[in-house]
Design a binder for this molecule. Structure first.
Ligand SMILES: [Zn+2]
Length: 127
């Protein structure tokens, strides 16, 4: 993964840009049909539609990436104290994002030898 992908600065491929254009055209057709945007429609009303679709798209991207990210926390992880492999449990909590709720997995492991809980996400943190 590129450093840009980690810090959120991403240049999207022409394929993604084309899909977004297709989405915009689909929204236009669904909202206004063949007549198109009425003359009296204001930019503020147009912007509001764009904003609502953006929130829907953002929430879907969040869900897809969270579901994909969750795979890192399945199974056993080494205890940072003793190295014993401990089973990880994942619970979901609704996170209120700027674009609506997203079910966020929270993974935790418990080491019976050290009698401590640890979070496997720390295992994936960059040094
Ligand atoms: Zn341990």
């Amino acid at each position: 993964m590129s450093k840009d992908a980690r810090n959120g600065k991403q240049t999207w491929s022409p394929v993604v840009a084309e899909k977004v254009k297709e989405l915009a055209e689909l929204i236009r057709m669904e909202r206004f049909g063949g007549e198109g945007v009425p003359e009296e429609f204001t930019f503020s009303q147009i912007e509001e539609i764009g904003h609502q679709v953006g929130q829907m798209a953002a929430a879907e991207v969040d869900r897809t990436l969270v579901d994909n990210h969750r795979q890192h926390f399945v199974g056993e992880h080494p205890c940072p104290g003793c190295g014993r492999l401990c089973m990880c449990r994942v619970a979901e909590h609704d996170l209120a994002t700027r674009d609506g709720p997203v079910a966020l997995p929270e993974a935790a492991c418990y080491c019976p030898d050290c009698r401590r809980a640890f979070f496997p996400s720390a295992c994936f943190a960059e040094a």
